[in-house]
Design a protein around this ligand. Structure first.
Ligand code: C2E
Ligand code: CA
Ligand code: CA
Ligand code: CA
Length: 279
């Protein structure tokens, strides 16, 4: 299962980055959209697998082109990373979701988490910790209800620096999620060195659950590793009940996926939580 899924990702990336003209056009599109304030966010719910209790939400960036059509993050995030635009995108998304979610937390007794994606490049930026501190202050957001999602690629580029930054975030009370687990260059030795709270199993593995025994065994193994290391485990991209049933049996603590909730706009978030007043 592992080889097949990493191959898929390579094929996808190479076809997307084939044409220089295409990329330049897309970069221009992205810059224009950013100038025109066409960036916004949606939130996808995460649930406890056994009880279906709402754990919190992951915030996902969205960008519309001049015709109002969404540009997929799978396209604009990699370009934004190459051009350095990612830092301003991440910061805009984090600040604005924190502002929104702080208001939500003021209206509910529920202990909900907000998960945000941080690009490796951004995480390793000098000044990243100060930016986060400032945003927490400005928004009065409780650090222990903020979770930062990072992918494994961070450890390829600079493991010791990454560990240092993650430890600082941890000391501020922020939670750390290891995103897309299994798709990168996973090494058990670094897992033990990282202040991680939760492993997120990539959708490509969840897709294999019902396809083959080996696919299912692979997910079982990841869940075991996570638990042995004292992490929680969340399965991403769960689309159907049969996958959910297997994941409940295998002991995946949390799930995120279309089966229980698609990424949604802020008014649907309020409905889901049961907040009827205006914020
Ligand atoms: P990700 O962090 O792995 O996010 C999960 C992706 O899976 C999201 O795609 C989500 O919409 C999608 N998804 C969730 N459940 C299901 C499901 O059941 N079925 C299917 N088919 N898809 C599901 P999205 O929103 O297109 O984002 C793609 C990637 O772009 C994200 O992957 C993340 O790596 C990146 N991204 C999105 N927003 C941001 C951001 O604000 N900052 C950074 N740095 N990256 C972001
Ligand atoms: Ca993520
Ligand atoms: Ca992911
Ligand atoms: Ca991903």
């Amino acid at each position: 299962a592992k080889n097949i899924s990493s191959m898929d990702i390579c094929l996808y990336n190479s076809s997307m980055t084939e044409s220089i003209e295409y990329n330049v056009a897309l970069e221009q599109k992205i810059r224009r959209a950013l100038e025109d304030d066409k960036l916004y966010f949606v939130l996808q719910p995460q649930y406890d697998t056994k009880t279906k209790r709402l754990r919190g939400f992951e915030t996902l960036a969205r960008l519309n082109d001049e015709n109002g059509n969404p540009i997929s993050p799978a396209m604009f995030i990699p370009i934004a990373e190459k051009t350095g635009l990612i830092t301003s995108i991440d910061n805009w998304i984090i600040r604005n979701t924190m502002i929104f979610f702080k208001k939500v937390l003021n209206k509910t007794d529920k202990d909900l988490l907000l998960s945000v994606n941080i690009s490796v490049l951004h995480l390793l930026n000098k000044g990243f910790i100060d930016e986060i501190k400032l945003m927490l202050q400005e928004t009065e957001f409780p650090p222990n209800q903020l979770e930062i999602e990072i992918t494994e690629s961070v450890f390829i580029s600079s493991i010791s620096k990454a560990i240092e930054i993650l430890n600082e975030l941890k000391n501020m009370g922020i939670r750390i999620a290891l995103d897309d687990f299994g798709t990168g260059y996973s090494s058990l030795s670094y897992l033990t060195k990282l202040p991680i709270d939760i492993l997120k199993i990539d959708k490509s593995f969840i897709d294999e659950l019902l396809v083959s025994d080996s696919g299912r065994n692979y997910v079982a193994a990841i869940i075991s590793i996570g638990h042995i290391m004292n992490f929680s485990v969340l399965s991403e991209g769960v689309e159907i009940q049969d996958q959910l049933d297997i994941l409940a049996n295998l002991g995946s603590d949390y799930i995120q996926g279309y089966v229980w909730g698609k990424p949604m706009n802020t008014s649907d978030v309020l409905k889901l939580i049961g907040i009827t007043e205006e914020l």
